[in-house]
Design a protein around this ligand. Sequence first.
Ligand code: PLP
Length: 296
Amino acid sequence: FLKTGGEAIAACIRIARSYTGKDHVVQVGYNGWLNSLAAGGPVLPRQAGTSFDSGIPKCLSDLHHSCKWNDMEGIKKVYEEVNGNLAAIVIAADYAEMDKGVTYYKEVREFADKKDVVLIYDEIVTGFRIALGGVQEYFNVKPDLAVFSKGIANGMPISVYAGKKEVMKKCDKGNGVVISSTFGGETLSLAAAKAAITAYRKYNVIDHIRNQGKKLWESLNEIFEKHNMPIQVKGLWPCPAFTVKDGAPANTISSFLSLAYKNGVSLYNVSYVNYSHKDKDIDETLQRLEKACKEF
Ligand SMILES: Cc1ncc(COP(=O)(O)O)c(C=O)c1O
């Protein structure tokens, strides 16, 4: 256990390097600021970083590579470029294009098996939301290591790095990898995780957020259509993302999000419904968002 998502991903990368004896890492999506090392990789979610002024030494950045979601060819190209010296592939899903996971995860799994690369899933958003067991349960393709955080303790600060015994064994005393943190064993968050997981099971929370998400986002897409808004919500209903239609100005989503906020709804590029959102909340949210569309 650790405290933040980024440090748990960093832990997995270290374990993967030790386990494979290899150096390079391919990252798909945002994996936390500690791991924003690839030139052109996302420094913040959905924002491509640059290699200038980043405070990251080139020799470190050279070991990290950024590939787009569902771009298997990109991963193969990096593998060739580094002459097979690839320790890990770390994947955080593209929430708007999650459906591609059906084929993508299988392809990456097969490739990682063939080339002895450790496959790491960043389940920081998807864990305890898409399914209790995240994308690995939803798409039924298992990684070697995985990280969970945000949802596991309903917002209390905790992250988890977990994985196959033979890979995790690298962390056993005397086996090479040292990962240590003062607050890693803090018990309040552990108790919260236990309570949250019990409640998720007892109250079918995943079904609730799937159903309420469907109600909210499908209706919002209808409202967008009705008002000729160049925006669409795409992805799986527990954690979809706002996307713009071709040709729309770059600030379309941020303008809409500002108007939504002005009307009392605080949204982000990827927005979530939660267990506390009941039907009347969804109705009120839709009314407020329709007002935002009229003001757009
Ligand atoms: C997919 C994903 N990975 C990693 C992180 C980083 O987690 P933390 O901010 O706890 O380091 C985030 C945080 O937003 C995230 O969404």
